[in-house]
Design a protein around this ligand. Structure first.
Ligand code: ADP
Length: 256
């Protein structure tokens, strides 16, 4: 620990300095604890799929297996390797953001046609789960964004909307223009997020239901990446949610 032994707080400059140093030491200890916890969670996230990969590789090597059984095990191995690959990709993005080497290259984009192409990309995934995806965008506004990074933002939000929605529900993307601000809403009718979890969902590795994570396949990194990208564009992101009613994410950007 970064422990400091300082003179008793007095009411002069020395006292002020001593309490600043104390605060700094507390912050450093907090960061150290956070880093240790982050590494422990990541190790766990990687160890679990590796355990599956190792176990199923052992089984798949057996001579006695039928081709069908072997294929089944190979498919699991393939999915679990993808899982580790996805995690590493997200971690790499976060590492670049921390080092400020995450490049944003902005260009002027017609917001509606941009969102339209994302809508068409995601529509088949929604259709195949029986969730209705609709788009409401009638404005002609132009925004200055990095289209690749912003696509990542929207795919992430839509991916979550789909993950946490049931069949026959509705997910709506809506774009509005008020004064010089463009707002993008992604609104679902899914499980919702408990009030006590809402303040933390943009934190790294935060997941509401830890036990469900292997089924839904998330690491709790998606929204922290989303927020960092929106912040890097000078925008804001907020969320409103009600249990069993749904969740609405709102991104606001300055128009051109
Ligand atoms: P994950 O990859 O686990 O989905 P995210 O960072 O994208 O991680 O989201 C963090 C947590 O916020 C999720 O684990 C989930 O509990 C909750 N969450 C995010 N989006 C939604 C949504 N649209 N509906 C319900 N819960 C959500």
């Amino acid at each position: 620990d970064f422990s400091v032994s300082l003179p008793k707080a007095s009411n002069d400059e020395i006292g002020e300095l001593s309490s600043s140093i104390q605060t700094l030491a507390n912050d450093l200890n907090y960061l150290k604890k956070e880093r240790t916890e982050f590494l422990a969670s990541i190790s766990h996230e990687i160890r679990t799929p590796l355990t599956y990969i190792k176990g199923y590789t052992d089984i798949a090597r057996r001579d006695s297996l039928s081709e069908k059984e072997r294929l089944n095990y190979l498919n699991i191995i393939y999915e679990e390797s993808n899982h580790v690959g996805d995690l590493l990709k997200e971690l790499f993005d976060l590492a670049k953001m921390d080092q400020n080497t995450f490049s944003i290259s902005k260009e002027k984009v017609k917001i509606c046609s941009f969102i339209h192409s994302i809508y068409h990309k995601m529509k088949p995934a929604f259709d195949s789960k029986g969730v209705n995806l609709v788009l409401d965008c009638k404005i002609t506004a132009i925004v200055n964004i990095d289209p690749n990074r912003f696509e990542q933002v929207l795919l992430n939000l839509l991916d979550n909307a789909l993950k946490y929605s049931d069949i026959n529900s509705l997910t709506k993307i809506e774009i509005t223009n008020e004064k010089n601000f463009i707002s993008i809403f992604v609104k679902d009718q899914g499980t919702g997020i408990p009030d006590e979890d809402l303040p933390y969902i943009f934190d790294r590795l935060y997941r509401v239901d830890k036990s469900r994570s292997r089924l839904t396949g998330g690491f709790g990194l998606g929204l922290s990446i989303v927020k960092e990208i929106v912040d890097a564009h000078g925008g804001t992101i907020s969320v409103e949610s009600r249990i069993d009613k749904g969740t609405c994410f709102k991104i606001t950007l300055k128009g051109q």
